[in-house]
Design a protein around this ligand. Structure first.
Ligand SMILES: [Zn+2]
Length: 218
């Protein structure tokens, strides 16, 4: 491997471990739940391994895939790798994917009566800017191939989706962007639950349209 590629891969390994530890320490994920992937400059991927705590990742043990998605080296990848690849297949611009079982987002994914095309109201400008319209993916048992197909169907239009009774899957143009969008989603889910029994003033459709235009959002 050329020096530049090796250096880029080492930086990517360190970044995944740093982000994983940060998410874990702030209680955004727990146990061995949650997984992170990052695209390498050569078109391959690094991904967090199965049964690994995001709080204690070892850069040398991350799972490595080639540009065709074939497992190459490292510990056995997360059993949820197919969720990440479903996102990458539909989003050529995605450089990273974060999937968490973050409590408030999961809580919202279990609520009855939410709009499956747009689960959370536009409570803040940053939710509109970082997450946008959030669709709910119907429930499937973990590992069910139908789940990959259901994510794929929505991923072309949405960089963030919420799996029913499970958690969010969020793609970004960098790992930082995927991380920040996942955190924005979790905080908005928390606000939504806090405000559920209170009269609220979400942004109006005009305010949302204005943000989309200003920031060139899809
Ligand atoms: Zn999961």
């Amino acid at each position: 491997m050329a020096d530049a590629a090796a250096h880029a891969e080492n930086c990517a390994r360190d970044e995944i471990c740093r982000v994983g530890a940060s998410l874990f320490l702030r209680g955004l994920t727990f146990g061995s739940t949650g997984n992170i992937s990052l695209r390498l400059p050569d078109g391959g991927w690094l991904m967090t391994p199965t049964n690994a705590s995001l709080g204690e990742l070892d850069p040398a043990q991350l799972s490595k895939f080639d540009a065709c998605g074939r497992f190459l080296a490292g510990d056995k990848p997360t059993k949820e790798a197919f969720l990440h690849f479903a996102m990458y297949r539909e989003r050529a611009d995605a450089q990273a994917v974060v999937h968490l079982h973050s409590t408030h987002s999961v809580a919202v994914s279990i609520l009855d009566g939410v709009n499956p095309d747009d689960v959370l109201p536009p409570l803040t400008a940053y939710f509109v800017m970082r997450v946008g319209r959030l669709p709910l993916v119907p429930y499937f048992p973990p590992g069910d191939e139908s789940l990959a197909k259901a994510v794929e169907k929505l991923a072309g239009e949405h960089h963030a989706v919420l799996l029913a009774n499970h958690g969010p899957v969020v793609a970004g143009s960098s790992l930082a962007n995927a991380q920040y969008a996942t955190e924005e989603l979790e905080e908005t889910a928390k606000l939504f639950l806090m405000l559920k029994s209170l009269p609220t003033r979400p942004l109006t459709p005009e305010q949302v349209a204005d943000l989309r235009e200003r920031y060139n959002l899809r």
